[in-house]
Design a protein around this ligand. Structure first.
Ligand code: UDP
Ligand code: MG
Length: 140
């Protein structure tokens, strides 16, 4: 059975473009409940660790630089079928390919500066949530 939690970040461009409110509105309108949330800024070490799976990709350096360029919102979200439904809500990685009405279609600038992160599996949702929040900070 699919899990009920996913992890998201509103990335530096989403914060900088003043879209925190718009994006959170879309998330809660889609039926997600916020279980933990904070405004924070990633250190280079944190961004490198968070995206370690992409370490060999050509865009890794740029990705780490971008993700540390300004504050982000990190949040744990709850809903039935959370991971898949959230990926549907955010749309394709490249906003040019993102379905109409998705968060990335509305608010992302480019494949690099694409407004939001969404976990790609239940396992990664758990790892990414734990990376940002101690258990005690997640609302029961
Ligand atoms: N990214 C990039 N160039 C690419 C592919 C990805 O800059 O060609 C960045 C982009 O910010 C993306 C992140 O790396 O969101 C992680 O890539 P992934 O393929 O996991 O996409 P996502 O899961 O975020 O849709
Ligand atoms: Mg991914």
């Amino acid at each position: 059975m699919a899990g009920t939690r996913t992890f998201t970040m509103i990335k530096p461009d989403g914060v900088e473009d003043n879209n925190i409110g718009n994006i959170l509105q879309m998330i809660t309108d889609a039926g997600f409940t916020i279980k933990a949330m904070k405004l924070t800024r990633l250190s280079t070490e944190q961004a490198q660790e968070f995206y370690a799976i992409h370490a060999e990709r050509p865009f890794y350096g740029e990705l780490v630089e971008y993700m540390t360029s300004g504050p982000i919102i990190a949040a744990i979200l709850e809903k039935d079928n959370a991971v898949e439904d959230f990926r549907t809500l955010i749309g394709a990685t490249n906003p040019a390919e993102a379905a109409e009405g998705t968060i990335r279609a509305k608010y992302a600038e480019s494949i690099g500066r694409n407004a939001v992160h969404g976990s790609d599996s239940d396992e990664n949702a758990e790892i990414e949530g734990n990376f940002h929040f101690p258990v005690a900070e997640v609302v029961a």
